[in-house]
Design a protein around this ligand. Structure first.
Ligand code: PEP
Ligand code: MG
Length: 547
């Protein structure tokens, strides 16, 4: 599902559900620090849950989280944990679990029913702190050095925690081409396969064996014979040669032989990807998937953390456009601390702008960080999953509030931040004439637009063969959005995976799309295609009219 060839050792990734182990701490101070940080994070999670429960269930619903907050702050509990780390020289996870058990037993033995009930609560807070401690620990494959990672499934939150320099390729039993794990693989410029079964355990256990991932043919080879290995090594060499040749495209304009220009930007998921965007010769950042900041964190990232990330990206791009998309949490991008819970239809559920308009404080924190970062570069803000004018009106009112607050507080912010929306629902396409009056730009999200137009869950591997972004219905949707946008002076780009599909470059150029935003590793390839596409010749090489 993601092209390319990887050859290397196989390693099976298993989820971290093992019991907490007692380990000797080499650095007690560091363990104390880890505990303090995890406790702070757990405290923030509880505050958020309390606020949510208060809104949804009133004071009674919020009471339990209040009790947990109090317990977490209780010096007796904290001192017991820190005391055990210092005097016992053990790891923070073990101290937290052991103290939790000890206090739970104490409560359980009490006469008063109310106190006995607290036994479950103290266990609960210990589990919460431990989840933070273990969640922030990177879960890495067993093999040392870069590996082909085999997993049942990889959630985006797990994928981002992996040390990317140690992964040659992903192969998952579940997941699909349109999933965010596949998108991340493309961003990392490594091959990835989904919906591939592989043996586990016994004679067949792949762990440590040599493997080949053929991203073009969609095949995983375990323990290949010499002949196969030789064939793929030579194909890999050819690939490297092609990549080398593409370097000639660096520094060149994105212009067709007959003079049509288009902007080519990069999609990124975090600060670390900016270097790839610069190395790939991106004209800007067309999509910063800010939700990955939330997925990498064990609790809501605060304003300062977000501001630092957005500012760094803006500064590194040195005045080039940086489009920050407000967080698109929900569906497959779940962070536990949001407490979204199970939904029957997550792709059509509580996600993205719907959460932001429901949890205003969360939204305002992110907007404040984005607007403040606007002082350091050409920052623009974009909103995902838009379906109505009412949403735009609410967003605008909240932006006005945020600006007024920053003004009052004397905090500098970007005064000319352009606003845009993702066009990724059929609803947005159909009212794109109205929406275009309200915003500066559109960015077509073909991944979701395909999912919603064709009514195909982009995560479902059983439907991968009919999940078709080239479907005439999707292409017509894109055309409508471009035409409606342009009639009203609204810039229109494409940032879904289809933007990097060079079989579509000519179509997009003929439609008059203003910008394509693609994985950093795809920029030079798309540029080469643009520079070789003569629009003055017709599609059959004759006539020559624009579409
Ligand atoms: C899209 O839907 O095309 C898009 C760019 O957003 P995401 O893939 O993050 O949902
Ligand atoms: Mg989307």
């Amino acid at each position: 599902m993601c092209g390319g060839i990887a050859i290397g050792k196989l390693s099976v990734y298993r989820k971290e559900d093992s019991p907490v182990r007692c380990a000797k701490a080499d650095d007690t101070e560091a363990e104390l620090e880890r505990f303090a940080k995890a406790r702070d994070m757990a405290e923030r999670q509880l505050a958020a849950l309390r606020e949510k429960a208060q809104r949804q269930a009133g004071a009674a619903g919020a009471a339990i989280f209040e009790v947990h907050q109090m317990m977490l702050k209780d010096p007796e509990y904290t001192d017991a944990v820190t005391g055990m780390i210092s005097s016992g020289g053990v790891n923070a996870e073990y101290a937290v679990a052991a103290v939790g058990e000890h206090f739970a037993e104490m409560f359980a033995a009490m006469d008063e029913a109310y106190m006995r009930e607290r036994a479950a609560d103290v266990k609960d807070i210990s589990s919460r702190v431990n989840a933070v401690l273990r969640g922030t620990v990177q879960r890495q494959p067993k093999e040392k050095g870069p590996v082909i990672l085999l997993a049942d499934d990889l959630a985006p939150g797990e994928t981002v925690q992996l040390d990317k320099s140690l992964v040659l390729s992903f192969v998952t039993r579940r997941g699909s081409t349109g999933s965010h794990t596949a998108i991340l693989a493309r961003a990392m410029n490594i091959p990835a396969l989904a919906g591939v079964d592989f043996p586990e355990g016994g004679e067949e256990e792949p762990e440590g064996k040599t493997g080949i991932v053929d991203g073009y043919g969609g095949v995983l080879y375990i323990d290949p014979d010499g002949e196969t290995l030789k064939k793929f090594k030579s194909l890999q060499k050819e690939e490297e040669e092609q990549t080398r040749l593409l370097q000639e495209m660096r520094g060149k304009e994105n212009i067709t032989p007959d003079g049509r220009k288009i902007d080519l930007c990069a999609n990124i998921s975090g600060v670390a990807d900016v270097e790839d965007a610069i190395a790939g010769d991106a004209g800007g950042i067309g999509l910063f998937r800010s939700e990955f900041l939330y997925l990498e964190s064990a609790g809501y990232p605060d304003e300062e953390t977000q501001f630092a990330a957005y500012r760094t990206v803006a500064e590194k791009m040195k005045g080039k456009r940086v489009v920050i998309r407000t967080m698109d949490i929900g569906a497959d991008k779940q962070a536990d601390y949001f407490g979204i819970g199970k939904e029957a239809n997550p792709a059509m559920g509580y996600r993205a702008i719907r959460i932001c308009l429901d949890r205003r404080e969360l939204f305002k924190t992110q907007l404040r960080a984005i607007y403040r970062a606007g002082v350091y570069g050409a920052v623009a803000v974009m909103f995902p999953m838009i379906i109505s004018m009412a949403e735009i009106r609410q967003i605008k009112a909240i932006i006005a509030e945020v600006k007024a607050e920053l003004e009052r507080e004397g905090i500098p912010y970007g005064r000319d931040i352009k606003t845009g929306i993702m066009i990724e629902t059929p609803a947005a396409v159909m009212i794109s004439d109205q929406l275009a009056e309200e915003v500066d730009f559109f960015s077509v999200g073909t991944n979701d637009l395909t999912q919603y137009t064709l009514a195909i869950d982009r995560q479902n591997p059983m439907l991968d063969h009919i999940y078709d972004p080239h479907h005439e219905a999707v292409l017509r949707m894109i055309r409508i959005a471009v035409e409606n946008g342009h009639k009203r002076g609204c810039r229109v780009g494409i940032c879904g995976e289809l933007a990097a599909d060079t079989t579509m470059t000519e179509t997009f150029l003929r439609m008059g799309v203003d910008e394509l935003s693609v994985a950093p590793s795809m920029i030079l390839k798309v540029r080469e295609k643009i520079r070789n596409t003569d629009l003055s010749a017709g599609r059959d090489g004759t006539a020559g009219a624009a579409e």
